[in-house]
Design a protein. Sequence first.
Lengths: 244, 310
Amino acid sequence: MRCVPAGDCAILAEFPQEISTQTNDRVHGLARKISGRQIPGVTELVPAFCSLMIYYQPQVVSYGELKKRIEELEEGEGETAQRKKRILKIPCCYGARFGCDLADMEQYMNLTRDEIISIHSSVDYKIYMLGFLPGFVYLGGLDKRLEIPRLKIPRIKIQPGAVGIGGNQTGVYPLASPGGWRLLGGTPVDFYNPDREEPILCRAGEYIRFIPITIDDYYDIRRMIQKGSYVVEAEEQEGERLCQ
Amino acid sequence: MSVKILLPGPLTTVQDGGRYGRQSAGIPPAGAMDQEAWETGNYLVGNEQGEAGLEFTLFGGSTQFTEDTVFALTGADMCPRLDGQRVAMNVPHLAPGGSVLHMDMAREGCRTYLAAAGGITVPAVMGSRSTYIKCSMGGYKGRALKAGDILEVGADQKNFEEVKDRKVQQRMFPREIVLRVVEGPQALYFTDKGKKTFYHSAYTISGESDRMGYRLSGGAVESKNGTDIISDPIPLGAVQVPAEGQPIVLLADRQTTGGYAKIAVVCSFDIPRIAQGRPGDLVRFLPVSIEEAQDMLRRYRKELAIMMKK
């Protein structure tokens, strides 16, 4: 790990430049250590795939002091207790009017529709980071058989809740946006909802599992969400190994 | 109490100190582009809680005060007139109920701030009243203001007598802006020749500049092997260089993370200067060490505090 300035009010802690669970665990481990210490002057932590941005007030703590603190924390003891693995179960209606690229995917991947759905919904995807849009999750763990290049010409408007694949990544569009991912389904759950007490559904470090549902389920859940009576099911599993 | 937009400028929005604390969830900070003008405006009218004000871009238009209101204008001078009478920038005024403030094109600079005592009290979203138009978040219905919009002003009106002697200095808005920068996290991605080009060129602010970022055109910055990186967080003032080599300075409405190498980051105390730049203005970058930058920031904050008698 190395610390470098990112302007006069931020430090970037950089880990090996790779997208891997192990490196990303170190990023989140350091973030937990820093927030656990409540270092005066530190205002905000933003974890990414293999780096952690630490925003701070130089009037309170200087670059040199904070860099030293962070380096000490990184080298120091990690958490000893095993953390629980929290999995959010995200209902997803594959195909129907949401999965306009599913037919193309069958051809490209040489898999049947049912195989694609079964593979896509059998993985617990780790949320490496959020970014790009409010509530947009960058997920790790897509099965190699489902990798597919992005569209050559991005779509101008993708509906919120669209579930897609772009390259070796899968994810959910949290709000209407342009985008180049191939779409295979849609979730009725709002990843971002400004009117909800907590507008953002997930946090980095949690996991997502897609649960296949029918189009009727989709609209039922949508109605429950509008009435405020739907809660995303979450499962906690013991024993996520920490790599630090 | 309220202000009513009679004639909006091309981009008038409600802004405050920004929506900080949620960047890890992908929420861009937004907030006043020129934080110094916004902050001094609040001082002039006696606001102490980081109240929201209006940010006008290039042209001000007409705004009506429905009741007696203490207000101040800071930032770019748009030749403000209250019921036809010229009013000074950078001092508080008492607008009589029903009076109309009219502003023209900015003579120099780009953005003007209207602070009203009590602040613009649109509902706070995730702790901030700032407008982030791209996601229709915050501000007044998440959008730029239109004719007929009525914005509530907080009831906490200071007595005009208490603030009437306050003033802040009029800033200069040069057409050539020198920005002090700290070397960025991915400076290593660029060749020595590329860095030399970056620090010795005068870049022109392009017309495709907005609250998210200022695109610059000028000497192309040469990279060693392209400028794609694994996405990492973007601080305010980050200077990103996409593959074609033309730098982009990322500002208030920047995305929280991005995938281009950052050659440098503009010092926080120079953000207000770039925020007042307009298309066609020139920008130069002056490298300073992180230690120098933090000394300069301390001095800058001290001078501001003295000006605001804190």
